[in-house]
Write a protein that binds this ligand. Structure first.
Ligand SMILES: [Zn+2]
Length: 178
């Protein structure tokens, strides 16, 4: 087998491997985010597990007809709510939310990026401006915590120490329903 032929076969394999994962990736654009998901199950779980409860008045919009509409309304509403709790309103904030099936997937992504084992159900990567979150474990509180990290990251020109980041994100969780 000559070299070119060998390379062609390798290329073919690469293409075959890439197609399926690309084909199932879809996204929803909201005012502040791009939500990336790979199944309608993920979307449904995400929507069902984010219960706005006592905060419903804050999120309900009349045009929320489909699951996608509901998610857009919840996510953008939560971003604005978190901003108001922190009294931080960064301009030009846009980030990604990648929906993952469960905590195992979250841990696998974290391990790949940071080469460290953790037991997280969600995390924010400041380098990628991306929240990775398990739709199995998500709750309003969990999403608000991660969005707080995003807002803090975008607000400060120089990143505050990790401890400050964490204290502020926990403050948001605590005062979510005030
Ligand atoms: Zn945190």
């Amino acid at each position: 087998m000559n070299f070119m032929r060998f390379m062609n076969i390798i290329l073919l394999f690469v293409v075959v491997l890439l197609i399926p994962s690309q084909a199932f990736t879809e996204e929803i654009k909201t005012r502040y985010t791009t939500i990336i998901y790979n199944s309608t199950d993920q979307l449904d779980n995400f929507n069902d597990n984010i219960i706005t409860g006592g905060l419903s008045y804050f999120f309900q919009r009349q045009d929320s007809v489909t699951v996608k509409d509901e998610i857009v309304s919840k996510v953008d509403g939560l971003v604005e709510h978190v901003e108001s709790i922190l009294e931080m309103y960064p301009s030009m904030m846009h980030f990604r939310i990648v929906l993952l099936d469960d905590d195992n997937e979250v841990r696998a992504v974290y391990r790949r990026q940071y080469n460290k084992s953790v037991n997280y159900i969600a995390f924010y990567s400041p380098q990628e401006k991306t929240v990775y979150i398990s739709v199995d474990d998500v709750e309003l509180r969990v999403l608000a915590h991660e969005i707080a990290h995003v807002v803090i990251d975008h607000y400060f020109g120089v990143a505050p120490p990790v401890k400050i980041h964490e204290v502020l994100a926990q403050y948001v969780e605590k005062h979510l329903e005030d």
